[in-house]
Design a protein around this ligand. Structure first.
Ligand code: TEU
Length: 554
């Protein structure tokens, strides 16, 4: 098993990372051209979201051929070159396997539509009539989770978009097909895998209406999910690789099983509870001020819970589905640099494997779009319509999208302060597929790489510290000051007497917070304000400045 505990993963959304040929879309050669930037940052793995053949209805999470490359991203030769070039820099590639569903343009689904029973059994079809939907479950992208096919007299299940048909994992032929796909990319030199919503793959034996919710309780962490995952990992021989599962609406108990090495399922798990603390009544599309007390409670539950259970967290704030954390929990106006650094340190010094989403190392912010025409995401455009249908004004609906849309994390990576941020070649005739954020122009690589005080340099230090300090990569964790509003604090330690420990103090607020430390003194390893190194030399009374973070070795 690769020791990944001192490693950091960088997530790339290729569509928005770097466009090498000027067609307005990021591509694989664009990633290859930026490998030295990533090597200098110090990351060890690159998780690249799907670039396989796809109608792009969900930007690649609707796969039509798992072994072919969507031409907009490049060719198989480009993939092979990227793998080789990354490998020569000591960087491993993690590909994104969307195995809960395929595009309805996949050959398997097309053959199912043509009446081939073998392929109808690859999906979840239910006989019925147009007025008899099998269950009242809702799609996560809005609307019903079933679609009727008149020519077949059947409904099919789609937990996401209508063009994303759920696979039937109960069918051993489906499981064998998916194992072959893993073997195909493994033999090409891929070093790890991310599994998309993999805890939704096991559906119930009986499909029934949900009168308490949207149906997720019937298919989330389903009855055979652990058995299926173990079988997939064991039969493809990837237990020694770095693998991560995206676990939608999951539980701590299940994530311990998903990621405890003794279960031989995955290396680690993404859970999302900490990213729902600003969802009013759990609804993403109802705005609420972030509940920071809940955030601290969830971090403690999941960090100490996984530690006690032998599990391993993927620790992250952002990805291609989330708004930018510096706009969401920090202050991208008055305390942009301080809050971006503090939020980065808060998770990078925790127990788990940190994921840096492209642009977070630069403090990239939300998009601040003002018109629905600027949005590209299928989920956002669906919910804009639903919000209007439910009585919200256009202004209210745009305000909600402005805070919640996945497009906030999908604006082009900013390489410089030029009009298109260096995302595409200067002589390009096309424009980027989505607008470049015009906000915070200093959130760009060229401005920050050489600046030792930049967010980029701070992230570089965080990534290096994980490699240098076993306390960070292997140490235990316990939380401190849980009763102090606005302070996220924890201690990394080893059980052995006399060992050093690391105390991490994060002020989540835009105002000063006073703390009384357990003891005076210690050595400040990291701070995001000038003069931080003097802080710990002071006596036990400490004042944390707005969005200040201190990591003190005691
Ligand atoms: O995301 C799962 C998922 O539910 C997210 O879409 C997210 O939780 C939701 O948008 C919050 O409202 C994975 C992929 O990361 C996402 O990009 C895909 O759209 C989705 O699965 C379907 O494959």
């Amino acid at each position: 098993m690769e020791n990944f505990k001192d490693k950091t993963v960088y997530q790339i959304y290729p569509r928005s990372f770097c466009d090498s040929n000027g067609d307005g879309f990021g591509d694989l050669r664009g990633i290859t051209g930026k490998l030295d930037y990533l090597k200098d940052l110090g990351v060890d793995y690159l998780w690249i979201t799907p670039f396989f053949r796809s109608p792009q209805r969900d930007n690649g999470y609707d796969v039509a051929d798992y072994r072919a490359i969507e031409p907009v991203f490049g060719t198989m030769e480009d993939v092979e070159e990227l793998i080789a070039e990354a490998d020569s820099r000591g960087i491993g590639l993690m590909f994104d396997m969307v195995f809960n569903h395929t595009s309805t343009e996949h050959e398997w689904f097309q053959r199912a539509l043509a009446g081939e029973e073998k392929y109808q059994n690859y999906y979840i079809f239910k006989d019925g009539t147009p007025d008899q939907i099998p269950t009242n479950w809702e799609s996560k992208f809005g609307g019903p989770a079933w679609e009727y096919v008149p020519s077949l007299g059947k409904w099919y299940l789609h937990l996401f978009d209508v063009t994303q048909a759920d696979l039937n994992w109960e069918n051993p032929e489906v499981r064998e097909e998916l194992k072959e796909i893993i073997r195909f990319w493994k033999q090409k030199g891929v070093k790890g895998f991310r599994f998309d919503v993999v805890n939704l793959i096991s559906k119930p034996e009986v499909f029934e209406n949900d009168y308490e919710g949207d149906g997720r309780r019937f298919y989330t962490d389903g009855r055979h999910v652990h058995e299926f995952l173990h079988e997939l990992v064991h039969d493809t021989g990837i237990a020694g690789m770095v693998t991560v599962g995206e676990m939608s609406s999951t539980s701590l108990e299940n994530c311990i099983r998903y990621s405890n090495p003794e279960c031989e399922e995955l290396s680690m798990a993404f859970s999302f509870h900490h990213l729902k603390i600003d969802y009013k009544d759990g609804n993403k599309w109802e705005l609420m001020k972030p509940d920071l007390g809940k955030l601290k409670e969830l971090f403690e539950t999941w960090q100490t819970g996984m530690q006690q259970g032998g599990g391993w967290n993927a620790v992250f704030w952002d990805n291609h589905d989330q708004p930018r954390i510096v706009s969401r929990l920090g202050d991208d106006q008055k305390y942009w640099k301080e809050s971006a650094k503090m939020l980065g340190a808060a998770i990078h010094l925790m127990r788990g494997t940190p994921y840096v989403y492209q642009g977070d190392e630069l403090g990239m912010t939300n998009a601040y779009f003002t018109d629905i025409a600027q949005y590209r995401d299928v989920e956002s455009r669906n919910y804009y319509r639903i919000l209007l249908e439910n009585g919200k004004s256009e202004k209210e609906a745009l305000q909600i999208l402005g805070e919640r849309s996945r497009d906030n994390g999908r604006t082009p990576m900013r390489w410089n302060a030029e009009k298109y941020a260096g995302f595409l070649p200067e002589n390009a005739s096309a424009e980027p597929w989505i607008e470049v954020t015009s906000y915070r122009k200093e959130a760009n690589a060229e401005a920050q790489i050489k600046d030792s005080d930049s967010i980029y340099s701070f992230y570089r230090t965080l990534i290096r510290m994980r490699k240098e300090y076993p306390l960070i990569s292997e140490g235990n964790i316990r939380f401190l000051y849980q009763e102090t509003d606005g302070v996220l604090a924890y201690e990394r330690y080893f059980e052995k007497e006399g060992e050093k420990k690391l105390i991490v103090l994060c002020n989540l607020l835009g105002e000063e917070v006073r703390l009384t430390l357990p003891e005076a003194g210690g050595k400040v390893l990291l701070g995001n304000y000038p003069g931080a190194e003097d802080a710990a030399a002071a006596d036990r009374e400490l004042t944390l400045r707005p969005y200040e973070v201190l990591a003190i070795e005691k």
